[in-house]
Structures are given as C-alpha cells and as structure tokens.
Ligand binder design. Structure first.
Ligand code: NAD
Length: 480
C-alpha cells in the first residue's frame, strides 16, 4: 500500500495539521491501495494566502504571456514522459479500463496543455480600437485572480488539466481540490509540477472531501471557482459564489441523446453508441444514454445495440481487452443497479443486461451493461443521470419528434446524430439545445473548441478560446 505523507501547498510539501486521512480503495479488488492526507482549514488558508500574494504582488500574473506559455509547454513535455504511470494510477484508483485510460485519461491532458498554449499564443492580449467618439481604446485581457478548481473522480486528470492549463496561461494562481476517490493522480501531477520551479503560490493541490471544497469555495481570498461535478453540488456552489459575487464556471451532469436517423447503418450506430453511451464504463458526463430511434426501423436498431452490449468484455480494468470496468464505489454500484430495477418496474423492456452481477464476477463494484427498449421519455431512467452503463432506447415518429424528445430534458450537455446525409444531420444538430454535439461522431470535445452545458448542465465554457476567456477579465483604457 502506497503511503503519502503530505499535500502540495503553494510549492511546498506539507503534512496537514489536523492529521485526517483518505483511504483510496480499488473498485476492482475492494482493497485499500493507498492512504493520503486530507487537507483541512489550515492548508486551505495557507494555500489561499500564498496564491493571493502571488497574484497581488508576485511575478506570475505580470510575466508576458509568452513566458507563461513556455512553462505550460514544458509541463506538457514532463507530463508526457510520465503518462504511463499516470494511466496506471487512474485505472487502479477509479477502475477506468486501461485501454480507455491510456489515451483519454492520460494522453489527452498532455495534448490539452499544448492546445491551450496554442490558444494563448493566438489570443490578442491587448487590442487597439478606434473610440466611437474619437480617441483610442486599449482593450486588455488580464487574469481573473485566484482560482479554486474542484474536480470530480470520473475523468480526474482531463478535468483538472482543463482548469490548470488556462489558469497558468492566463496568469492565475490556482488551488486544486481533487475528488477523495482520486487523489493519487493529482499527487503525481503535483510531483511533475514541483520540478518546474513555478513562483511560490502559483499552484496548490489539496486532496480532501466536500468540507475542503466548501472551505475553498467560500474563502474570501478566492476570486473564481471552476467546478466540475454533480448538478446538486453545482447549485450550492453557484449560490455561495453568488453571495460573494465570485466568478464561477459550472460543468455539471447530463442526460444526452444519440439521435439515429432512419438512413443510418445499424452496425455503425451500435459502434458509435458503444463510445457515446458507454465510454469510461458509462461514467461520463457526456454519456448519451438516451438512444432515439425511428419507429419505422425500431427493431433493427434495438437488435444491433443489444448485440453490441451483450458482446462487451466486462472485468479487470487493468486488462487491455476490458471494455467495461467496475463502478467507482459501492454506492455507485448500488445506485446503477437501483436504476436498472426501476426501469424493469416501470415497464421498459430489458433487452440486454440486468440488475444481477455480471457472469463470472464475484467481487468488485461491477454492474452488467444494460439496454432497455420501449422506454418512455417520462420514465426515471430517461430523465435522471445514472452515471453507469445503462442505455434507454426511445422510439420517435419523425425528425421533428426526435428533436422534441432530445430537448425534453432538464439537461443540455452533449449529443450526436447518426445519418448518411450530413445536411440533414446538421439541421438536427442546430435544433438540439446542448453545449456540444457530434455528427456521426460520438461527441464533440476538441480542446480547440468550447465545451460546456446549457440548462442544468452548467454555466460557462471550458476548452477553446472561450474557456481561456473564463480565466480573464477585460479592461478598457481610453486615451485621446
Ligand atoms: P460531486 O458533485 O459529488 O463531487 C465533485 C467534487 O465536488 C468532488 O471533488 C467533491 O469532493 C466536491 N464537493 C462535493 N460537495 C461539495 C461542496 N458542497 N462544496 C465544494 N465541493 C464539494 O460529483 P462526483 O460524484 O464526484 O462526479 C460525478 C458528477 O460529475 C456527475 O453528475 C457528472 O455528470 C459530473 N461531471 C460533469 C462533467 C462536465 O464537464 N459537465 C464532467 C465530469 C463529471
């Protein structure tokens, strides 16, 4: 069992005063694999004070952007050198299948660092404009201030680096709180960052639970909160930030739809839905767990999706052939199985999977990948985020009806359309109220473009130029 003694406070390794610890448990073996100190009030206060000093008086926000970009590119290089280690840690701590982890959890963050540096390079940090009443305006982009980043466990490094990279490029000191399920990848990142010799106070990494997060969010020394997590916690954080007029970005839950038009090939649809609905064992905010199919070809699509799910390899996440690993925690396993039972009770037709354990698996927090057909969009399995490998197939009459059902959701995060006719797909894409959408591809999450949600899926954008702008304030200086 790996033991960690310290958390990363403003460039120093510090043993937390209160002495609380977090046990990290493998979702596959159900054994404790590491113990990590939990940051408390003393470390939060210390990190915020150092970040404040770095922002108010230190060199970091005052460097020319090119100097900060060079640091971000160096970080990408060092990160790349340790990405195998990162991948193994993430698979061990949260059970993400190794074949998925290698690229999506451990390589994408490195690519993201360089992509954000490219965006920073192209950004007009100072722009001159002619004033409407004569004179000249200088429009400047300045860092927003001290950032607190709160991270969930499902894509721990991608979501962390998605906040760290723009904060560094913008010149914001950042204090990062990883989820208690996944502190190990964050501590490895702290090791990598420590080698960069950033100015003191530029980065802190404080593992801890909800209380540590609350301390950060409500701290008067924090200027902006960047949160990714559940909609319920997002609402609390928005209220807390509202009372102090802090800047806040919220990347929350989803219940997205994959819309299958009647000209789509069933085999292609099934392969697309495998990624769109089930990547990371269904523990993805962008998961398209509602599969909308035309009444006219309903049976064909249901058969193709059910056959794909029946054929999935479920098991040990360290095995490269595994497609569905365990759920992150026992509570998550119980929750997903509860939804499967609820779907059966509500009258949806079970066409693959079920609420019992997968065949041949007797330990670990596994669930059977499951498909329901004849789902009514009013059922709980169609309305609530399950966060596990459970798909609901819903029949629609025509394209307009498909758009109506897709939009009949509290959420608006992601989605896709599957069709042989790009223009018809684009027409559907334009009408769906979500922050990102793919045409014949499982989702849209390219670091060059913005990512985020409409409705209960969040406020603000990450990634792309829009994401970087969330870490900047705009100032205008006029002169005659
Ligand atoms: P969660 O909301 O329970 O926790 C997320 C983080 O917030 C954790 O670090 C947690 O310790 C912290 N936290 C909890 N309560 C807090 C509080 N009151 N104040 C401050 N911090 C607090 O979510 P989770 O279970 O870790 O993650 C799953 C959820 O995240 C799903 O709903 C999923 O859709 C969402 N998610 C969204 C995106 C996106 O980009 N939209 C990406 C990934 C996950």
């Amino acid at each position: 069992m790996a033991d960690h003694q310290a958390v990363y406070v403003a460039g120093q390794w510090v043993a937390p005063e209160a002495g609380d610890t977090i046990d990290v448990v493998s979702p596959h073996s159900e054994r404790v694999i590491a113990s990590v100190p939990s940051a408390g009030k003393a470390e939060v206060d210390q990190a915020v004070a150092a970040a404040r000093e770095a922002f108010d008086h230190g060199p970091w926000p005052r460097l020319v952007p090119a100097d900060r970009l060079a640091v971000v590119r160096k970080l990408a290089e060092r990160y790349g050198a340790r990405r195998r280690e990162m991948s193994a840690i993430i698979t061990d701590e949260m059970g993400s299948p190794a074949a998925f982890t290698k690229f999506a959890q451990a390589t994408l963050p490195m690519l993201l660092l360089n992509a954000v540096a490219d965006i920073g390079e192209a950004l007009p940090w100072e722009e001159r404009r002619a004033g409407a009443f004569g004179g000249e305006l200088l429009v400047r982009r300045e860092p927003v201030g001290v950032v607190a980043a709160i991270i969930p466990w499902n894509m721990p490094q991608f979501l962390l680096v998605g906040k760290l990279a723009p904060a560094l490029v913008a010149g914001c000191p950042i204090i990062i709180k990883p989820a208690p399920e996944t502190p190990l990848d964050a501590l490895l990142l702290a090791e990598i960052i420590d080698e960069l010799e950033l100015p003191a106070g530029a980065v802190s990494i404080l593992p801890g639970g909800a209380e540590t997060g609350e301390l950060l969010v409500s701290h008067p020394g924090v200027d902006k909160v960047a949160f990714t997590g559940s909609t319920a916690v997002g609402r609390q954080i928005a209220a807390s930030c509202g009372s102090q007029l802090k800047r806040v970005s919220l990347e929350l839950g989803g219940k997205s739809a994959a819309i299958v038009l009647d000209d789509a090939d069933p085999a292609t649809v099934a392969e697309g839905v495998k990624i769109a609905g089930l990547m990371n064992s269904g523990q993805a905010c962008v998961a398209q767990t509602r599969v909308l199919v035309p009444e006219s070809r309903h049976g064909e699509y249901v058969d193709a999706v059910a056959a794909m799910v029946d054929g999935l390899v479920v098991g040990d996440p360290t095995d490269l052939s595994t497609e569905i690993g365990p759920m992150v925690a026992k509570r998550q396993q119980d929750r997903v199985r509860g939804y499967i039972q609820d779907g059966i009770k509500s009258g949806a037709r079970l066409v693959a999977g079920g609420a019992e354990m997968p065949a041949g698996v007797d330990s670990g927090w596994y669930v059977r990948p499951t498909v329901f057909a004849e789902v009514d969009n009013r059922m709980r399995i169609a309305r609530e985020e399950i966060f596990g490998p459970v798909l609901s197939v819903i029949a629609y009459r025509d394209d307009a009806d498909a758009v109506r059902i897709a939009n009949d959701s509290d959420y608006g995060l992601s989605g896709s359309v599957w069709t042989a006719d790009h223009e018809r797909g684009l027409d559907v894409a334009r009408q769906v109220r979500t922050g990102s959408f793919g045409i014949n591809q499982p989702y849209s999450m390219d670091p060059a473009g913005p990512f985020g949600g409409m409705k209960a899926s969040g406020i603000g954008r990450e990634l792309g130029r829009e994401g970087l702008e969330g870490y900047l304030e705009t100032k205008v200086i006029s002169s005659s």
